[in-house]
Design a binder for this molecule. Structure first.
Ligand code: HSE
Length: 400
């Protein structure tokens, strides 16, 4: 019998318990023994909940119980979640988590601690919700020199952008729906300002490149400035707007960023809608592979945590190697990155705009007095210089 403790009985924590019991028989067949949830740690009481008798309020009960082999951390935040994770690993208990904030900040240190204690720190659910992406990077792609990772990494913002595009829906109303569906973070600013996607691309890039890509080094822009007018122009371009997290190696230099991008129909990420996420990974000999699935939500995220629980149960006393060195990966200055830009500006005229940006094709204006167009390929620095003299309404990078 494998005994598990779940830290945090919110959306993901309750999902973990549900998946463990819904798939009890499947899991037993895979690992050859039963899994039982022995404790659920939460500050709250849950009267009437089928598992209310498992609720404990003191983490000590879990940490000091030698029967608990595996701890699922679904608390969120980097305070108690980090402290309890360290304590569990120090005692040789494996930890499986969905908490990208802890993984992005302390992932390398916690993996090392797990190795020292012959247990595991696994975090499949920290990126892309239910999508298997951490395990492929750790195993199936470990022979590859990873050249680029690019993805829609946040379910909440993809859900919001999809509904803005399809229904012209109001940003705040759709965000409330995303919260009600259990997609959004406790503080949804983390979703809409891109911080959640930033942590995810930091984790994926660290595993892909093998060195710590620190989330605070990554340029991050959210979706709060995207409007339904921007989407109206997208119809003319046969394009859409998605929040992308990306990192790549170009001539030995590493770039990483999170920002909204214009994607045309040929883009493999174009059709990824609603809460779905997708991640495109490019290896030097494999080429492109893409991973797709529910990027947020109770059961998909919980399913990914439970996959890690099975791995821990099957590898008791054996540390599974993760290629994540503590050395910090330097990131190149984004001003040298080259791309096209979708631009809307006002209080100017065609000849001034063409004088600055070249012989660009103007889009049909959807607001009086506006000039909208896509620039030729240029560096971010060049764009900033050219745009400096104009009254810019909107500027969105174009993904190639
Ligand atoms: N708030 C996150 C999202 C949850 O919307 O993607 C899954 O990490």
């Amino acid at each position: 019998m494998v005994k598990v403790a779940v830290l945090g009985y919110g959306t993901v924590g309750s999902g973990i318990v549900e998946v463990l019991y819904t798939n009890k028989e499947v899991i037993k067949n895979r690992i050859g023994e039963d899994i039982e949830v022995k404790y659920i740690l939460d500050l709250r009481e849950f009267p009437g909940d089928p598992y209310e008798n498992l609720i404990v309020h003191d983490a000590k009960v879990i940490m000091e119980d030698p029967e608990v082999d595996i701890v699922c951390e679904a608390m969120g935040g980097t305070g108690a979640a980090y402290t309890f994770t360290k304590e569990a690993l120090s005692k040789g208990k494996s930890v499986c988590t969905s908490n990208k904030a802890v993984v992005a900040e302390y992932g390398n240190e916690l993996v090392e601690l797990a190795e020292a204690n012959h247990c595991n720190y696994l975090f499949e659910a920290s990126c892309g919700g239910g999508i298997p992406i951490i395990r492929p990077l750790r195993t199936s792609l470990s022979q590859e020199h990873i050249l680029a990772i690019k993805g829609i990494l946040n379910g909440t913002t993809n859900y919001i952008l999809t509904r803005m595009e399809q229904e012209g829906a109001d940003f705040d109303a759709v965000l409330k729906d995303a919260q009600a569906l259990g997609y959004a973070e406790a503080n949804p600013e983390a979703d809409v300002e891109g911080h959640d996607a930033c942590r995810k691309i930091a984790i994926l890039s660290s595993l892909g490149f093998g060195k710590t890509v620190y989330y605070k080094d990554i340029y991050t822009e959210g979706i709060t400035k995207i409007t339904t007018e921007d989407f109206a122009y997208m119809k003319q371009l046969k394009a859409t707007i998605k929040l992308l997290g990306m990192s790549k190696e170009v001539d030995g230099q590493y770039f990483a960023m999170v920002a909204p991008f214009v994607l045309t129909r040929e883009n493999p990420l174009f059709n990824v809608q609603d809460v779905m996420n997708a991640i495109l990974v490019t290896g030097n000999t494999l080429g492109d592979t893409m991973y797709y699935g529910a990027g947020a939500g109770k059961l998909p995220t919980a399913s990914a945590v439970v996959a890690d629980v099975l791995d821990c149960a099957l590898h008791k006393g054996i540390h599974l190697h993760t290629n994540w060195s503590k050395h910090r990966q330097e990131l190149a200055d984004l001003s040298r990155a080259k791309r096209k830009f979708f631009v809307r500006l006002q209080n100017s005229n065609e000849s001034e705009v063409k004088g600055a940006f070249g012989d660009i094709k103007l889009l049909e204006p959807i607001k009086e007095g506006e000039i909208a167009f896509v620039t030729p390929v240029m560096t971010e620095e060049d764009y900033d210089k050219k745009a400096a003299g104009f009254d810019i309404v909107s500027r969105i990078r174009v993904d190639s």
